[in-house]
Design a protein around this ligand. Sequence first.
Ligand code: CA
Length: 233
Amino acid sequence: MPSKPRILVVEDEPAIADTIIYALRTEGFEPVWKSSGREALAVVAAQDIALVVLDVGLPDQSGFDVCRELQRRRAVPVIFLTARGGETDRVVGLELGADDYLAKPFSPRELTARVRAVLRRTAATLQPNGTNAAKLPAGWEHDEARCRIRFRNHALELTRNEYRLLGALLASPGRVFSREQLLAAAWDDPGASLDRTVDAHVKSVRAKLRTVAPTADPIETHRGLGYSLREDA
Ligand code: CA
């Protein structure tokens, strides 16, 4: 684990960015500042970013598009900064899988508290019982610090919810998880989702696993009950 979590701040107004960066640094984080979506995506691709603070109104593209692109690439928590307390922004942001949002103007202290809370929640989701890599079935590697899962020596390109879902299954091989339990493990606002969201995500994770090992089917379906990860991969 890096000693200081690196936080990417994507904000085009320098005065707001300065305040955020100062607050994050004071609270023991390592902030990185970018003012456009394009630069932000490049940073996430190249660096180990623990969380993204993302302004919705960016000069080159909307923060929502940036978030969508981020989630397609890898699992990274996002806190949106919205211009007003717009209900639409809030709903769209949460639908995109954002972990939290803050309406401007906000206090720096409020932001750092949210950052801490999201990081804590993410860590709790990923390590439900302080699992360690030694217990993973053969073929699996889970780098929790980098939010990466490898299967048979291939790094899986997972969206954040796919990553969390698979992470939950990996944390307890052989255990049958109900859809509700997987919803709770992989979504921040399980109430807003439907059971079939879990099915849809299991389906897409399976498709990604098949590209690595066409005949392997490491996720087992238990009719009427839910899913589990096979202990013998
Ligand atoms: Ca802006």
